[in-house]
Design a protein around this ligand. Structure first.
Ligand code: DPP
Ligand code: ZN
Length: 846
């Protein structure tokens, strides 16, 4: 495998003016004929004509009609070409039915589909498969299938044949083709300039009833992008296709988005509120890519966060507008800390814009996506809402049709706002999560509060020195009676150490620091539990209000783990007050009741210089959950009754919040009543949120009787529900049983190694069951390694990504370190291991 460097970028020597493709579909022998009009690229000096191609059988090639015999390698071909413009034509044969990697053209349950990002197009035909090479595509699809789709607008179609034309120049990674026996649910959208767009969601027959929510989410996204960003859709049709076998969530191919079925199909009976929220966000995300990703794409894959960070930021804004902004923010921060902070703290840490890679698929990470979005949030905070809007308008005006870079992106902000961003750029080029230490100084005579801030970022692989970054720190001050004396102000930290004062204060206020999580940093601040309880009760910033409760809970758990210290009555009281406050959004209350995750606790211990013991963390979490459950039982009973939503299921934020709080209450109640309430809820459940909530409570408290089997019998025909059934059993298994449960499920007739969703349902859940995965027997590690080795032979991309289960090995004791690195070495030593997994295991190992 070869390492690619950002510094080595050079443009391709030729420009494809027009691309014409003809597909003659056959499961094992699809023919792809290409005809490409090239001309020399005046911006380029290298005139070597190299086309990427992998796993292709070349049937014929010609230049200007004359047959040629190119020089073939494993990665592509080279050919002598004329000095001026010329026409390249080639015919290749590929085998979609044998493609289990799910990259390029493959088959899923009898249908053909494609995944070309990042470098899958080279598995379809010979082409300069790089994002800065853009062209206009016409595609003819032939085959005995009722539905034949590609990008752009339909030009003509007859039985067994269809032609599509995409007028917008695009890179090959946005190419898509779908064929098969599909049915559509359709709707339409009228754009701001009055153009009609046909919207279709294509699914397998039988799934038609699960498309409406996706269609509504698509319409809402189209409208929102017009209103908030002034972006209009630019084709006559927008197609979405649901596919069962898919490595990622979804893909933004121009005019033909291809989705993992789990990110489109929804019905109240089969989908939870969380599923609905995720579907809405992913539909929006892929739609928003039409401008941030497609119309303006990336010059090279090092710039991936240019499109992903911005598009995640946009979908998060959208979710905040559609649902509750504070709740969405809290959920995003939980996810960021759980995945990105963890990544940034381990051997896989990398800058949002990396400088080198072996396999770009390994960089579709939380750092590129979620931290990439946080960086944009900081930029917006620094330049203000108007500055942000001006900069974005300039970005779209200046770069439409371009393959752009992070430098281009920052330049529009500099030009639109007059702000200098050289130091800010470090967020893109430097890895690692800054630690922000805050201390307070109160001068009563002067009525002045001074905040002393200090930032440090620990070294990450390949980056020892971390110069200070620009950190926007949002601060507000509260009076002891809870009134806000100083509303939220953004302090701009640019140095390693800096102090900021607030004057004219009558009495010592309570500072609320890093409001709305204004920067992706770890806040280190000494404060006592009385102050935290005060902020939990009074902070006017909802994020920090939640954060105060979270920090309290973390301290209580740490006290339990380290000193076997019983939780204080104050903590339980504070929690009870929030949980029982009917003036607060139920969704917020449910979040405030969620204890910090066990992996988060392991990291907190490790940060404090203590080697975490996952078993002990699990015991402490159980103990605290039991205490909270028992001491507040009447409250759980009340909430479980009062939060019930009657009438037809509506997947809106309000109902979802009530159901979330109700399920939280049920989980606690199940710790007291032997599962009686959960069994009743399971039996009476009118939707999947209630049914799964009940099953989850029963499994977690080991009070399930026949419900696991009953659920299976009820839903065994539904793949997506079965994924939940597989996952939940592993997630809720006791630590000593988790590996055993997972292993037994791999022997289940419905376990399918070829289906990424099913594989993840078992092994993603095993990795997420911290005490189970890290059980001292080492069975979790061994089982994970065995199955990653098997999966690598079929699907390198998903295998490589799931190696991150091992990324925290440095945190643990010598025995666990040994077992985890042994597992990684065993994977790494497999003959014929994919470059993807080779790179990941090598980066993970010392
Ligand atoms: N570009 C895709 C997405 O993030 C990756 N599958 O939407
Ligand atoms: Zn994306």
């Amino acid at each position: 495998p070869q390492t690619v460097y950002l510094a080595d970028y050079t443009p391709f020597g030729f420009i494809p003016e027009k691309v014409e493709l003809r597909f003659i579909l056959d499961p094992h022998a699809t023919r792809v004929l290409s005809r490409i009009e090239f001309r020399p690229n005046p911006q380029a000096s290298d005139r070597r004509f190299f086309l990427h191609g992998e796993g292709l059988k070349l049937i014929a090639a010609s230049i200007d009609g004359a047959p040629v015999t190119p020089e073939l390698t494993d990665h592509g071909l080279c050919c002598e070409v004329p000095e001026g413009p010329f026409v390249w034509a080639a015919e290749v044969e590929i085998d979609p039915a044998a493609n289990t990697a799910l990259e390029g053209l493959y088959m899923s349950n009898g249908m053909y589909c494609t995944q070309c990002e990042a470098e899958g197009f080279r598995k379809i035909t010979y082409y300069p498969d790089r994002p800065d090479v853009m062209s206009v595509f016409t595609v003819h699809v032939e085959g005995p299938y009722p539905v034949l789709l590609s990008n752009g607008n339909p030009v003509d179609s007859a039985e067994g044949h269809a032609t599509w034309h995409d007028p917008w120049p695009k890179p090959s990674y946005l190419f898509a083709l779908v064929a098969g026996d599909l049915v559509a649910r359709s709707a339409s959208f009228t754009t701001m300039s009055g153009r009609h767009v046909a919207l279709n969601v294509w699914v397998r027959p039988g799934d038609e009833g699960k498309c409406d929510f996706a269609l509504e989410a698509l319409q809402a996204s189209m409208k929102w992008d017009e209103e908030v960003y002034g972006r209009e859709y630019d084709l006559e049709v927008f197609n979405i296709v649901a596919v069962d076998d898919f490595n990622m969530g979804a893909m933004e191919n121009k005019g033909l988005n291809i989705f993992n079925a789990s990110a489109v199909l929804a019905s109240p009976e089969t989908s939870t509120d969380a599923n609905y929220e995720r579907i809405e966000a992913i539909i929006a995300h892929e739609y928003f890519h039409n401008w941030t990703g497609n119309r303006i794409t990336c010059r090279d894959w090092f710039q991936l966060c240019l499109k992903e960070g911005l598009t995640v930021f946009r979908d998060q804004q959208f979710t905040g507008d559609m649902r509750s902004a504070p709740v969405a923010r809290i959920e995003n921060v939980i996810a960021l800390r759980g995945r990105q902070f963890r990544e940034d703290n381990g051997p896989l840490a990398h800058p949002p814009r990396p400088e080198s890679f072996v396999e770009i698929n390994n960089f579709y990470t939380a750092t590129v996506y979620e931290k990439g979005a946080e960086i944009i949030g900081m930029l917006r905070r620094l330049v203000g809402e108007n500055g942000y809007r001006k900069a974005l308008d300039l970005y779209f005006a200046r770069h439409d049709g371009d393959a752009a870079t992070i430098e281009d992106w920052l330049k529009v902000f500099e030009d639109a706002t007059g702000r200098e961003l050289a130091q800010f750029k470090r967020w893109y080029t430097d890895a690692g999560t800054p630690r922000l230490k805050v201390t307070e100084e109160w001068d009563g005579d002067a009525g002045r509060l001074t905040l002393h801030l200090e930032q440090t970022t620990p070294p990450t692989p390949g980056q020892d020195q971390k110069p200070p970054r620009v950190i926007p720190v949002d601060v507000g001050l509260l009076n002891p009676n809870g009134d806000e004396v100083v509303p939220t102000t953004t302090l701009e930290m640019t140095e390693a150490r800096q102090s900021f004062s607030f004057d004219g204060l009558a009495s010592r206020p309570v500072a609320s620091v890093l409001r709305d999580f204004s920067a992706p940093v770890i806040l280190e601040r000494q404060s006592d539990s009385a102050e935290r309880a005060f902020l939990l009760a009074h902070d006017t910033d909802p994020f920090n209000r939640w954060e105060a409760g979270r920090t309290l809970a973390r301290d209580v758990l740490l006290g339990l783990v380290l000193r076997d210290e019983a939780p204080s009555g104050d903590f339980i009281d504070a929690l009870a007050r929030v949980a029982g406050d009917d003036g607060l959004d139920p969704a917020f209350r449910a979040l405030a009741l969620r204890l910090p995750g066990q992996d988060e606790m392991a990291q907190a211990l490790s940060d404090a210089g203590v080697t975490p013991d996952p078993t002990r963390i699990w015991e402490a979490t159980e103990q605290l959950s039991d205490t909270i459950a028992q001491r507040m039982r009447p409250l759980w009973e009340r909430l479980h009754t009062e939060m019930e939503v009657t009438g037809p299921y509506v997947p809106d934020a309000e109902g979802a919040g009530r159901r979330a709080l109700r399920n939280t209450a049920l989980m606690a109640l199940s710790r007291c009543d032997g599962g009686a309430a959960a069994r009743a809820q399971f039996a009476a459940a009118g939707n999947m949120t209630e049914q799964l909530g009940a099953l989850s409570s029963l499994l977690a408290t080991q009070t399930a009787k026949g419900e696991v089997d009953a659920f299976f019998e009820q839903w065994k025909h539904d793949r997506l529900v079965m994924d939940k059934w597989f996952g939940l059993q592993v997630m809720q298994a006791r630590p000593e049983k988790a590996a055993e449960v997972a292993e037994a499920l791999t022997a289940h007739p419905l376990f399918d190694l070829r289906n990424p969703n099913r594989f993840r349902s078992v092994f993603g859940a095993l990795a997420g069951n911290a005490a189970g995965f890290h059980h001292p027997s080492g069975k979790g590690y061994g089982l994970m390694a065995d199955w990653l080795i098997r999966l690598d032979k079929l699907n390198p991309q998903t295998t490589a990504r799931m190696c991150s289960a091992f990324e925290t090995w440095r945190r643990y004791d010598a025995d666990r370190q040994q077992m985890m690195t042994d597992a990684l070495r065993r994977i790494n030593a497999q003959p014929g291991l994919s470059p993807d997994t080779t790179e990941m295991t090598a980066r993970l190992l010392p």
